[in-house]
Design a protein around this ligand. Structure first.
Ligand SMILES: [Mn+2]
Length: 199
C-alpha cells in the first residue's frame, strides 16, 4: 500500500497477487512532485514472473521520464515491451498549476472521475495491449474540478458500484479501507487500484 499526499492531490495505490503468488503480474507507480502527479497501472499478460517483467518494464520507463507527456510515455511503454509478453497500460498525469489531467489507456484498465457537481468522466481505453507493435493512442485531456474523486483499476478488480462508492461522503482513507477488504477476498487475478482526490 502506497499513500501520497500534498496540497493538490491525495492518492492511494494497492495491489494483491493472484492466489498470493510471489510475483504480481500487475505493477503500479505513483509519484507526486510540486507541480504534477503521475500514476501508472500496468497489467502484464498472463500472470507470474513473465507478466511481472512486462509490467515492471513499463513502470521503469515512466519513472525514468517524469518530464514526458502522457502520449510520449505511452510510446516509450510500447517500445520497452518489444520481445516481452506485453501489457495493458494506463497512465495518468495531473498538472496542478493548470488544473488539468491527461489520461491514456490501452487494454482492460478502467478509469473513473466523479466531480463534486456530479459529473462522471469515464474515458474509453483503446482495446488490445502494448507489445511493441506500432499503435495509435487515444490520450484524453480534461480540466479538473477540485475535490473530484478518481479510481483506476486493472481487470482483476472485483466490480463495485463505482458511482455510489465515489460519490459517498466518506473520506478517501475510509473508502480505501473498504476497498481493500473487498478486493483481498477475491484473488482470482492480479489486482491493482489507485484511488484518490484532486484537491
Ligand atoms: Mn489482469
Amino acid at each position: 500500500m502506497i499513500y501520497l499526499q500534498n496540497d493538490s492531490i491525495q492518492a492511494h495505490a494497492f495491489q494483491t497477487a493472484k492466489n498470493d503468488n510471489i510475483f504480481c503480474g500487475d505493477s503500479f507507480y505513483v509519484s507526486v512532485e510540486e507541480d504534477y502527479f503521475i500514476g501508472v497501472l500496468a497489467d502484464g499478460l498472463g500472470s507470474g514472473e513473465l507478466a511481472y517483467e512486462s509490467s515492471q518494464a513499463v513502470v521503469s520507463i515512466v519513472k525514468s521520464n517524469p518530464e514526458a507527456d502522457v502520449d510520449t510515455l505511452m510510446h516509450y511503454a510500447n517500445e520497452v515491451l518489444i520481445r516481452k509478453r506485453g501489457a495493458a497500460v494506463a497512465i495518468l498525469k495531473v498538472d496542478f498549476k493548470k488544473k488539468t489531467y491527461e489520461y491514456s489507456c490501452v487494454g482492460n484498465i478502467r478509469f473513473y472521475v466523479y466531480t463534486p457537481s456530479g459529473k462522471l468522466i469515464y474515458p474509453m481505453p483503446v482495446t488490445g495491449y502494448l507489445s511493441g507493435r506500432p499503435m495509435q493512442f487515444r490520450t484524453h485531456k480534461y480540466k479538473y474540478e477540485s475535490n473530484s474523486k478518481f479510481l483506476i483499476h486493472t481487470d482483476g478488480f472485483k466490480n463495485i458500484n463505482t458511482k455510489a462508492f465515489l460519490t459517498s461522503n466518506q473520506s478517501i482513507p475510509a473508502l480505501v479501507a473498504r476497498l481493500k477488504v473487498l478486493q483481498q477476498n477475491s484473488k482470482k487475478d492480479d489486482m491493482s487500484f489507485i484511488v484518490g482526490t484532486f484537491l
